[in-house]
Design a protein around this ligand. Structure first.
Ligand code: CA
Length: 230
């Protein structure tokens, strides 16, 4: 599937140059010439990445970025900043932009940044298969089931989200903060205790002996390490 990039930029020539290059690289490109239109397209057309100019008519890039993040849109945003916009760069990153490039930029540099952001954003989905098997366990991410030794148990959507994250990062330490960030989002943090409760229930479903975990290890003071299939 072609990934979709939204360019919000009021310099028409820059847009057409970018369109040409990004299209050649295999991306679908949509664009907006002002901040209001850009915000609308960002919300309605689900781009995979946004290139966002700062100085824009109607609504500036910083406001667009802020509003998207306030609405829990997590699409990667690369700010296009002009030389001397040092302050804007810092503010941009503070309000949730993921990266920035300074104009005039080379297309190669921009492409590298775009690829890095898309990779970061898609890593989990790409690495998480629809069914994940290890030992005698089968996790079915499509039907929200877990099967072990001929026994089938239901998974909650929260458990599925946690397991997807674990599988994508198997063998690595996953902190409680990672899980909070990834699954609950930045705005509505539950307590870390909530996470521990979910893990407790997951262990009962996934482990041979929940009191002697062999799949979801606790890493003292950090979080967890998922060892299924490692
Ligand atoms: Ca501009």
């Amino acid at each position: 599937m072609r990934e979709k990039i939204l360019i919000i930029e009021d310099e028409k020539e820059l847009i057409s140059g970018l369109k040409l290059n990004l299209d050649f690289e295999g991306y679908t490109v949509i664009s907006a010439l002002d901040g209001e239109e850009g915000l609308k397209r960002a919300l309605n057309e689900a781009p995979d990445l946004i290139l966002l100019d700062i100085m824009l008519p109607k609504k500036d890039g910083l406001d667009v970025c802020r509003e998207l993040r306030q609405r829990n849109v997590t699409t990667p945003i690369i700010m296009l900043t002009a030389k001397g916009d040092e302050v804007d760069k810092v503010v941009g990153l503070e309000i949730g932009a993921d990266d920035y490039v300074t104009k005039p930029f080379g297309i190669k540099e921009l492409l590298a940044r775009i690829k890095a952001q898309l990779r970061r954003d898609n890593r989990e989905e790409r690495r998480a298969p629809s069914v994940f098997r290890f030992d005698d366990v089968e996790i079915d991410f499509i039907h929200f089931k877990i099967r072990r030794k001929g026994r089938e148990l239901d998974l909650t959507s929260m458990e599925v989200a946690i397991l997807k994250h674990f599988v994508a990062h198997r063998g690595e330490v996953v902190t409680r903060e990672d899980l909070l960030d990834r699954i609950w989002g930045h705005e509505k943090y539950p307590s870390t205790r909530t996470i521990d409760n979910h893990i407790l229930k997951l262990r009962k479903k996934i482990e041979e002996d929940p009191d002697a975990s062999k799949v979801i290890f606790s890493v003292y003071g950090e979080g967890y390490r998922f060892m299924g299939g490692v």
